[in-house]
Design a protein around this ligand. Structure first.
Ligand code: HSE
Length: 296
């Protein structure tokens, strides 16, 4: 029976003003092994509640098989994930990417990466986590006529990322429900301008420009109310000079800096000012997207 293991990086979406458009792959990983069997479905390596047919890796695996007009046979799926679940670091996108890629590899690589992106975007609804998960690095994406179009952007090599991950979850569906359905023109203009400058600042390695540009009027002002400690942590990070944003839909908060030692600087203070328990994860950019790490 054929077997493949797919490794997918964590991703941070939005990067402040780039709501549903910008994303970046980070150095945490989900490995998913797919092994074809005679019949049935067996899922291991995750909480019992995710071991049924609505598991995202399996749903995506089935969708890719259907697109290829391939027969669904039995499958064993084992998930080994470092990515915190439901925290805004792309754990769901990683499973969707792994499922589609796993099916594609097991059935002869009939689909291109763009084809896999199309399938997974139809399930996720926005490509900002999926694009960096597939392609690695920094990406910006648009959806045109229902299909995602994604490009990589250059990134200065000296950036360091520090993810602050709380001990509570915030489901993306809940975080999206908190957003307005209409915005003022001034807010739209604000985000377009800030978004363009975020990309340039990330390319140049300009921390001051990034700090100023990484502000948003589309999602963060509405979501921060659901994240205890947000204002206190933002104020603390602003004293360090690092750029700051919500990671994806939250609740993880992301700091981006070129100055080493941010973790040590924050560690001494963060526990004194916060109510929740915040874990600090120092990360770097992952320039390689989803890939096969073993195949039999
Ligand atoms: N762009 C998405 C959002 C990312 O902010 O809701 C989370 O899936």
């Amino acid at each position: 029976m054929k077997r493949v293991t797919i490794r997918v990086p964590a991703t941070t979406a939005n990067l402040g003003p780039g709501f549903d458009a910008f994303g970046c792959a980070l150095s945490l990983y989900t490995d998913v092994t797919f092994e074809e069997t005679e019949e049935g479905l067996e899922i291991t390596g995750c909480d019992e509640e995710f071991t049924g047919p609505d598991n995202l890796a399996y749903v995506s695996y089935c969708a890719a098989l259907a697109t290829m007009s391939e027969e669904l046979r039995g499958i064993k799926i084992h998930i080994d994930s470092q990515i915190p679940v439901c925290r805004g670091l792309g754990s769901s996108a990683a499973l969707l990417v792994a499922g589609a890629m796993g099916a594609n590899v097991l059935r002869g690589n009939k689909l291109s990466t763009q084809g896999l992106l199309n399938i997974t975007n139809a399930m996720e609804g926005h490509p900002d986590n999926l694009a960096p998960a597939f392609y690695g690095g920094l990406t910006a994406s648009m959806v045109d006529n229902g299909l995602p179009v994604c490009v990589n952007f250059p990134l200065h090599p000296d950036w360091e990322f520090l993810a602050l991950v709380p001990d509570f979850t915030l489901p993306t569906t809940v975080a999206r429900q908190a957003l307005p359905t209409e915005y003022d023109r001034a807010d739209a203009v604000y985000n377009i301008a800030h978004g363009a400058l975020v990309l340039k600042a990330l390319e140049l390695g300009d921390e001051k420009l990034l700090r100023n540009a990484m502000q948003d009027r589309i999602h963060q002002p509405y979501r921060k109310k659901m994240i205890s400690d947000y204002d206190k942590i933002e104020s603390l990070i602003r004293t360090t000079g690092a750029a700051f944003c919500l990671s994806g839909a939250g609740p993880t908060l992301l700091c981006i800096t070129r100055n080493p030692g941010l973790e040590e600087k924050l560690a001494r203070k963060i526990h004194d000012i916060t109510e929740a328990n915040w874990q600090m994860l120092p990360l770097h950019v992952e320039f390689q997207g989803a890939r096969v790490i073993s195949q039999e």
